[in-house]
Design a protein around this ligand. Sequence first.
Ligand code: C2E
Ligand code: CA
Ligand code: CA
Ligand code: CA
Length: 279
Amino acid sequence: AKNNGKGRYAFYTPALTEQIVHRIRNEYALRRAIEVNEFVLHFQPRVNAVSGELLSMEALVRWNHPERGMVPPLEFIGLAEDTGLIVELGKLVIDQACMQLAAWQAQGLPVVPLSVNVSPVQFARCDLKAVIAESLARHRIDPLLLEVEVTESCMMQDSEKVAQEIASLKSLGVRISVDDFGTGYSSLSQLQRLDLDVLKVDRAFTQALNTGRQGEAFFMTIVSMAHILDMQVVAEGVETREQLAILQSLGCNEAQGYYISKPVPASLAATFMLKRSLF
Ligand code: C2E
Ligand code: CA
Ligand code: CA
Ligand code: CA
């Protein structure tokens, strides 16, 4: 590269051309992967923080790439959002979650609800209610078995429109959770107005429990707020026994994280449903 970054011809450096080509190639690859559905779901349990009983599982998408192997979502969700491909990918995820529930039910397993992640782009750009209703109907799934995770920051964008979307989803009978809570800037009144079911406290707050009194006080405040709003509280990213013990003492209902289990493939997730406790 002749104009190493700073020059005014930086625009035409081979590096940038390379970047564009790279991106077009990536977009094409992602589009093709959606067409042939190379995506699989892994499942991470959410348990009662005191008893360890399995309460639900979060479906987390992976791209099962023929050469690269299992590609984590952070490597393709951004591109899927930028290109709008997230709408189609999101449909695949929702349908696959419903299909998995139906398969487990057919095996006679005592299924628990599954939660699916929904991107803000998906939320804004497609009729999510229709997409979910269609998958539920196709696989004959009780809406109570599906939960939709919407990030806190998404909920706070254009609050009137979001409020309508949420009300429309709730009318289907699915549960709604606020994902990554604590990283956005929602107000109590906004949360109350939206009538949400579950508050998933971001991993950062669980990590802060190790650092002493202030971390605990923060978490305790979130727990009491959630309870005032009649919401369940889930601590995300629980990695240690010590964190779990503090969460129990703070009255946090549910826990999710590597201490309990990493996200696992469907076959292993099925065995969780047969255990009395995951601790
Ligand atoms: P998220 O919704 O906050 O999901 C939790 C992420 O934290 C997962 O990463 C999970 O593996 C990881 N995690 C769980 N427990 C622990 C822990 O104890 N410690 C640590 N360090 N990490 C933990 P994953 O599967 O790589 O997903 C990353 C993000 O990708 C998700 O964050 C979510 O925002 C997004 N994502 C995943 N699946 C989908 C999907 O189907 N649709 C959309 N739109 N986004 C998705
Ligand atoms: Ca999530
Ligand atoms: Ca989260
Ligand atoms: Ca409520």
